[in-house]
Design a protein around this ligand. Structure first.
Ligand SMILES: Nc1ncnc2c1ncn2[C@@H]1O[C@H](COP(=O)(O)OP(=O)(O)O)[C@@H](O)[C@H]1O
Ligand SMILES: Cc1ncc(COP(=O)(O)OP(=O)(O)O)c(N)n1
Length: 273
């Protein structure tokens, strides 16, 4: 039987830990068929990002439309988007094929801005394009705390400021906001926060003491996307994504001389997908 079909619009990580490589790995582990619209090729390993080649915006849009018209997309996500022109092209293509909260296809926007080592993956002028072009189209946005600071100027240090950040980001128009807590390094646990303008859902999880969390945000967003493609509600899909990432961080492995990747290769039982 044909599995659900999902699309990632993201960059390539030559080290295989994050980006499109992490997305495809998570999609496979979640039992869905993964498709890709490549936005950038990064020269990257576990230590850092040494170069970026940005894909022409019309080619990014054409990849999205090519798979949508032939194969069909049941949910889509974004990762590294590189620049404002690419974001503009994605917004246009999304509208043409029905991706986004006003179309029929769930759309997860992960506002990736930098690698773990702090290398920039999004040009400064693209932040405004993210806020104005993609957030209003998003079913869920999934910022980490550095991205929250860049997008809102807010410093999240506890649950009260995490709630404040969720409210500030909700004002940009997504249906749901998931504020991830991985970067709250002094906190004992990793409690992510989901918000839809009325209800706050706390998603508690353990904090593992490991440097190997490369690709964690990509893997979480991909698991959420996979679950939405199966028809789950957003709270159900995010709860699934949280269970998925906890086990993937638990099983993360060392690689190279820097940060190793999270590993989604533990076995899902049939009632977990
Ligand atoms: N050390 C850790 N132990 C357990 N879960 C973690 C850890 N670090 C991050 N996570 C979880 O991984 C997901 C990605 O988190 P985060 O690091 O905040 O985002 P990003 O990978 O985009 O920088 C979140 O669900 C977060 O709670
Ligand atoms: C090409 C590319 N895309 C995304 C990232 C960052 O991914 P993320 O999952 O947010 O991972 P970490 O911040 O945990 O590395 C990347 N490095 N490269």
């Amino acid at each position: 039987m044909t599995p659900p079909t999902v699309l990632t619009i993201a960059g390539s990580d030559s080290g295989g830990g994050a980006g499109i490589q992490a997305d495809l790995r998570a999609f496979f582990a979640c039992g869905v068929h993964g498709m890709t619209a490549l936005t950038a090729v990064t020269v990257q390993n576990t230590i850092g990002v040494m170069g970026i080649h940005e894909i022409p915006p019309d080619i990014v849009a054409a990849q999205i439309e090519a798979v949508a018209v032939d194969i069909g997309v049941q949910a889509a996500k974004t990762g590294m988007l590189a620049n404002a022109d690419i974001i503009q092209a994605i917004a246009g293509a999304a509208d043409r094929v029905g991706i986004g909260k006003d179309g029929h296809i769930p759309f997860i926007v992960d506002p990736v801005s930098a690698s773990m080592g702090g290398d920039q993956l999004l040009r400064d002028d693209a932040l405004e394009a993210l806020r104005s072009e993609l957030f209003p189209r998003a079913t869920v946005i999934t910022p980490n705390l550095d991205e929250v600071r860049l997008l809102t100027g807010l410093d999240v240090t506890d649950m009260a400021t995490q709630r404040e950040a969720a409210e500030a980001l909700y004002a940009y128009g997504p249906e749901w906001v998931l504020v991830k807590a991985g970067h709250m390094r002094n906190a004992e646990d990793c409690v992510d926060l989901l918000y839809n303008g009325t209800d706050f859902h706390e998603l508690p999880g353990p904090r593992f003491d490991t440097p190997n969390t490369h690709g964690g945000g990509d893997t979480l967003a991909s698991a959420i996307t996979s679950s939405l493609a199966r028809g789950s509600s957003v709270p159900e899909a995010v709860a699934f994504g949280k269970r998925f990432i906890v086990r993937s961080v638990r099983d993360a492995y060392p690689l190279g001389k820097g940060h190793g990747p999270v590993s989604p290769f533990w076995r899902l039982s049939a009632d977990e997908v």
